[in-house]
Design a protein around this ligand. Structure first.
Ligand SMILES: [Zn+2]
Length: 460
């Protein structure tokens, strides 16, 4: 560990106490999906508020939402010209079943082989502890921080953040900031530090096709009337062209090309295609022609049919022409695609694609916009310098194929979203035997000690 890091001595002196703090928090089973644990989720929020207070943060409080409580705290004495940063994380955890697959009880944390083993170790209490302890170390050592700092710790992230956007709007004034730093993601590997710059968005539809008032006898009517199962099969097969491209007119018009830095990062990531196939349990890869796997899942929009229902699927046989069929379709979106525009394009495509006399009903069941942080933003460069100083290597830029509350953070707070996450791909997120590799944890703490000075310099 380089000795010139701001918090190097702090980590040496406080190591045991910090592990104790982490363990204490991990013992609280704050499973947001389990109604029987709602008192634990509240206790976890109170624990976080105490932790922030103890670190020297002010106005630390449990914030009520329509569901499980969040936590807020601030330290705003860096001066009016200093930037304001908001750290986001969550204090709730995933359920633990199947319990018998755990090597030790999930809420009895232990250090084993340099790893902290417990539910929540990496997702996300461990990542919050290093952020809070970094603030504590800086305030203790220097009496101040280079930025105005706020913490927002959500209590419903693991159940899809149902009240989060509402909370952001209600607390918009108090949460105002110049940059958001999320500590809830992974790096490519312990020797390959990386930071995420984008998430895909999502729109989903439930489509019902009606060709007749009901099912018809295939002997009496078959061959003379439209068949809803055939119509839905035609629709599904025409969603993609032979090159795997989505056929909706204009679908790719708003896709922003990758920057050179992103392109370079993609090429430098040591990606093992066989391992990827093994993890997926597939014999072959598929998708848009001429694109690599990482390009396909991180940087390209997709259309997936998630389910088709039509006609008779029960025991034996039935001689009918089905009058009704259903298909559920999702589109993963990338910057700068607009969920609204894609929705309109899909609706007109459907109307144009079904034969006259066949009715189609579309219900939209969700929309999340894609999120992208400009990799050239001075704050991203500040983050990259902090990571490089600690890991000894500049981070590569990654994206995530999924969607999360980060999009709402960036959109509602109108601030760039940065990712200082130290989880590793094998940390068993959401699975039995979740762990935090402690070397990553201490490095995260040191990087969190560097970043605010870097952000202040980048801002000034
Ligand atoms: Zn998480």
């Amino acid at each position: 560990m380089p000795r010139d890091l701001v918090l190097a001595d702090y980590v040496e002196a406080e190591r045991e106490r910090i592990v104790g703090v982490l363990f204490e928090w991990l013992r609280i089973p704050s499973i947001s999906a389990d109604p029987d644990q709602s008192a634990s989720v509240r206790k976890s929020a109170e624990f976080a508020a105490d932790l922030l207070r103890g670190a020297g943060m002010e106005h630390a409080e449990v914030v009520e939402t329509g569901g499980a409580p969040a936590v807020y705290a601030e330290w705003l004495h860096a001066g009016p010209s200093a930037p304001t940063a908001l750290v986001y994380g969550h204090h709730d955890v995933q359920p633990v079943d199947p319990l018998h697959e755990w090597h030790r009880p999930p809420f009895e944390p232990a250090l084993v082989d340099g790893e902290c083993r417990a539910r929540g170790a990496v997702d996300d209490k461990g990542q919050l502890v290093f952020q809070i302890e970094a603030a504590r170390g800086l305030l203790q050592g220097q009496g101040s921080l280079p930025v105005n700092l706020k913490f927002l710790i959500e209590g419903e992230e693991e159940i899809g953040s149902p009240h989060f956007e509402e909370l952001l709007h209600a607390e918009r004034q108090r949460l105002h900031c110049d940059v958001v730093v999320v500590s809830d993601t992974t790096m490519w590997g312990p020797q390959v530090p990386s930071t995420c710059v984008g998430l895909r968005g999502l729109v989903a539809f439930d489509v019902t096709i009606r060709t007749a008032a009901g099912d018809l006898h295939s002997g009496s009517f078959g061959g003379s009337v439209p068949n809803s199962a055939h119509v839905v099969a035609d629709l599904v097969s025409s969603l993609h062209d032979p090159d795997g491209l989505v056929t909706l007119p204009g679908f790719y018009d708003d896709v922003r090309p990758l920057t050179n830095a992103e392109q370079r990062s993609l090429q430098q990531l040591p990606f093992d295609e066989e391992e990827w196939k093994r993890k997926a349990g597939v014999q072959r890869l598929d998708g848009e022609a001429g694109r690599s796997t990482l390009e396909r899942v991180w940087t390209r929009p997709t259309c997936e049919v998630v389910g088709i229902t039509a006609g008779y699927g029960g025991e034996g046989m039935k001689t009918v022409v089905p009058g009704r069929a259903n298909v559920k379709v999702t589109f993963r979106l990338v910057p700068d695609q607009d969920p609204q525009r894609v929705t309109e394009a899909f609706r007109s495509w459907l109307t144009a694609s079904v034969p006259a006399g066949v009715t189609v009903e579309v219900e939209q069941v969700g929309a999340v916009a894609p999120a992208l942080t400009d990799a050239d933003h001075p704050c991203v460069r500040a983050l990259c310098r902090s990571i490089e100083r600690v890991w000894g290597r500049a981070p590569l830029l990654t994206r995530e194929g999924g969607s999360g509350p980060e999009e709402a953070l960036g959109r509602v707070l109108e601030a760039p979203v940065l990712y200082l996450g130290v989880g590793l791909p094998d940390d068993h997120y959401h699975a039995p035997n979740e762990r935090m590799v402690m070397d990553q944890f201490w490095k995260g703490l040191l990087a969190a000690g560097e970043i605010w000075g870097e952000v202040a310099r980048a801002h000034g």
